[in-house]
Design a protein around this ligand. Structure first.
Ligand code: AMP
Length: 282
């Protein structure tokens, strides 16, 4: 594995690979790797000749300075883990490399960025969209891999690639979970033992929504209400939102037939967690 810090060097390495007819799979990350990240790397490696992982804790997508400072970082371990997965290039730019003096462009996917995570974290998706647009342009990959864990982000990335005519195929992969259902997240290491236990309420609420759907409940607000009550019953959870919406546009729906996604967010201590589940209605 080659670690690269400069944009020009990554471009040159990947241009040579492209000219040699090799396909490229890109995995953008903020590091502190866990099995969720590794699942994306494995798929990138399996479906392409070369896997490129980017590791950049993007300051512009943190709406709170504190959250940026506290974000888990373990670059030496990340290098070992990426190498063990057969990653070919690890791109680790500095903030100054990505945003040099005079940087003046923001990419905003408007409607999709307004609700849910966008409403709770002002400016977050502008930061995400801009950095992802840059990474897609730098790598010119055949495919780029994102987790369904960040469902709203995945829809936004698909929209920006479509709208800006970026030819990279955007691939979404399933959420990797702990045995008790908690979705893996770099932020999980910041939970206390008690909070870690309590955090299983998110997957529980989503599972309950599917169970109700299996029993024939089709009313989206009713399913969302059930999730809200489940999460509010957990004293260590501060609920942010619990909704059941259209999977692609994230617009409100009345009934879940035709496809729906349940999305939840809550804070445990100082740690904000999100989770989601596509609801089957068959
Ligand atoms: P992050 O480093 O948290 O920005 O995540 C990098 C990529 O890994 C994003 O596309 C995330 O959606 C994805 N990811 C994070 N957690 C998981 C998970 N538990 N399962 C699958 N993908 C994940």
């Amino acid at each position: 594995m080659q670690t690269i810090t400069e944009i020009a060097d990554l471009r040159a390495a990947l241009r040579d690979a492209h000219q040699a007819g090799k396909t490229i799979g890109l995995v953008p990350t903020m590091g502190a790797f866990h099995e969720g990240h590794l699942s994306l790397m494995r798929r990138a490696k399996a479906e392409n000749d070369l896997a490129v992982v980017t590791l950049f804790v993007n300051p512009t997508q943190f709406n709170e300075r504190d959250d940026f400072d506290r974000y888990p970082r373990d670059p030496a371990r990340d290098v070992r883990m990426a190498e063990a997965e057969g990653v070919d290039f690890l791109f680790t730019p500095t903030p100054h490399t990505m945003y040099p003096q005079g940087f003046d462009t923001t990419v905003i996917v408007r409607a999709l960025s307004e609700r849910l995570e966008g409403a709770s974290r002002p400016g977050h998706f502008a930061g995400v969209s801009t950095v992802v647009a840059k990474l897609l342009n730098i790598a010119q990959a055949d495919r780029a891999y994102f987790g369904e864990k960040d469902w709203q982000q995945l829809q936004i990335v698909k929209a920006l690639a479509r709208d800006l005519d970026i030819p990279t195929e955007i691939v979404g992969l399933p959420i990797v979970r702990e045995p008790d259902g908690l979705a893996l997240s770099s932020r999980n290491v910041r939970l206390t033992g008690e909070q870690r236990q309590a955090a299983t309420v998110l997957a529980l609420a989503l599972g309950n929504a599917q169970a109700l759907a299996d029993e024939g409940v089709r009313n989206a607000p009713q399913l969302a209400d059930g999730m809200r009550r489940t999460i509010e019953a957990q004293p260590l959870a501060r609920l942010d939102y619990a909704v059941v919406v259209r999977p692609d546009t994230l617009q409100e729906i009345d009934i879940i037939e035709g496809g729906a996604i349940a999305l939840v967010a809550a804070t445990f201590g100082q740690v904000r967690l999100i989770d989601n589940r596509l609801l089957r209605a068959d």
